[in-house]
Design a protein around this ligand. Structure first.
Ligand SMILES: Cc1cc2nc3c(=O)[nH]c(=O)nc-3n(C[C@H](O)[C@H](O)[C@H](O)COP(=O)(O)OP(=O)(O)OC[C@H]3O[C@@H](n4cnc5c(N)ncnc54)[C@H](O)[C@@H]3O)c2cc1C
Length: 379
């Protein structure tokens, strides 16, 4: 076993850290206040190669491994979780899904632009009545010979308005249950495609979360991903990898909150000495650092298993379950260490605390991760 990162890994980590500190940090508080999507910054992330990190260079990707992706996600998420969720959805759901299950034509037409971050993608599974129970899809994709006619509503779609390419899960044959579900590529310009209201959220307020409405949208057959009925499997396989991205986002939120707390504790004085000299604060820092290290190891293990073509389903669920839990705990402690200053926007930790919560909900709630883990344990 080797815990040493390679030169390439360290270079990716350093580049992502520099970008986050220089380009994302200025303005992050305003974007959160104004619920402003970091469009300009995402464009720059595309130019840096962060939007299609794991895609094969022949499709304009960075050809990097999942470990590099975890390292970059952590650095971006330390500063701006709204930018990192756009990065995560584009990399591990949209690009990965298309590269692994799309046709050559789909990769040429869509993946090449997505991997460069010239356009971004969205992954549309959830509906008003289908969240954790993703099999109960109400969106329909009626088979009309050379095309599907799509009708329905999707909820909570990240990059909902900013995306150009949408991977949409819809029911074609209800009699076949989840085996009758398809995954279709939609363009925003398709007739009948309507972007609904933007959600006013607790955290990741810069992220662009919308509902989407489809009314008789004609999607050509060549836009179906995989064989007829592959859609549900496609969604589940894609989300298994996506969880490594969200786990790394949670890890980054935790480590960002910890780093700010460590620095603050060395500056702030109470009772004649720095608060870092009080054992109660030292113990908080010790707990936070230990939790973060454990979460990082789970993320890197899941990434390693994925990179070496081993089963990573349990590992990615464990990484997401644990990292999201400690992101909550660590960010709450970070606010506590900052005292009253932690409760105001200027010191960043209150935002990190609000951002942490979503990591326990999207791409499978913590309860769903426990179902995935226990299923694997009891196989
Ligand atoms: C900001 C944001 C961004 C999102 N982005 C996307 C996106 O880009 N694409 C997308 O498709 N979706 C997205 N989602 C949706 C997200 O994945 C769902 O909200 C999530 O899967 C939970 O579904 P739900 O909200 O319907 O909750 P429900 O499924 O109704 O769950 C409610 C509660 O019941 C629990 N529960 C449900 N079933 C079980 C069970 N069998 N056992 C134990 N407990 C259970 C859940 O864990 C939860 O605590 C996003 C959501 C948010 C808030």
């Amino acid at each position: 076993m080797n815990f040493k990162l390679t030169e390439e890994h360290l270079a990716v980590q350093e580049a992502a850290r520099e970008f986050a500190q220089n380009e994302l940090l200025p303005g992050v508080i305003e974007r959160d206040n104004q619920q402003k999507f970091p469009a300009e910054q995402i464009k720059q992330m595309g130019e840096l190669g962060l939007m299609g990190m794991m895609v094969d260079p022949k499709y304009n990707g960075g050809g990097m491994d999942t470990i590099s992706y975890v390292l970059a996600m952590e650095e971006i998420s330390k500063v701006d979780a709204s930018a990192s969720v756009a990065m995560s959805v584009n990399n591990s759901l949209v690009c990965w899904g298309l590269e692994n299950f799309g046709t050559e034509e789909q990769k040429e037409k869509y993946l090449k632009r997505l991997a460069l971050g010239k356009v971004i993608g969205a992954f549309c599974l959830s509906e008003p009545e289908a969240g954790s129970d993703a099999t109960s899809q109400k969106t329909t994709a009626e088979d009309k010979g050379d095309h599907y006619l799509v009708n329905g509503t999707k909820n909570w779609i990240t990059n909902g308005n900013s995306a150009s390419v949408y991977l949409v899960i819809a029911q074609t044959d209800p009699e076949k249950g989840h085996r009758g579900i398809n995954a279709l590529i939609m363009d925003k310009e398709m007739d009948g495609f309507v972007v609904g209201k933007k959600e006013d959220k607790l955290g990741i307020r810069g992220s662009d979360t919308h509902s989407l409405m489809f009314s008789d949208v004609k999607v050509p057959k060549e836009n179906r991903i995989g064989d007829d009925g592959f859609g549900f499997k496609f969604a589940m396989k894609t989300l298994t990898g996506g969880r490594i991205g969200i786990a790394s986002q949670a890890l980054g939120i935790a480590s960002g909150a910890y780093e700010l707390s460590l620095a603050y504790s060395k500056e702030r004085k109470a009772f004649g000495k720095e608060i870092s000299k009080h054992q109660a604060i030292q113990f908080k820092l010790a707990d936070m650092a230990t939790q973060i290290d454990a979460a990082r190891l789970l993320c890197l293990k899941a990434a390693y298993l994925k990179d070496t073509d081993q089963n990573y389903s349990k590992a990615s669920a464990m990484a997401k379950l644990y990292a999201s839990q400690i992101a909550m705990e660590v960010s709450i402690e970070a606010v506590q260490i900052h005292g009253g200053y932690g409760y105001v926007k200027e010191y960043h930790v209150e935002r990190l605390m609000r951002d942490a919560k979503i990591t326990q909900i999207y791409e499978g709630t913590s309860e769903i991760q426990k179902i995935v883990i226990s299923r694997e344990l009891l196989k």
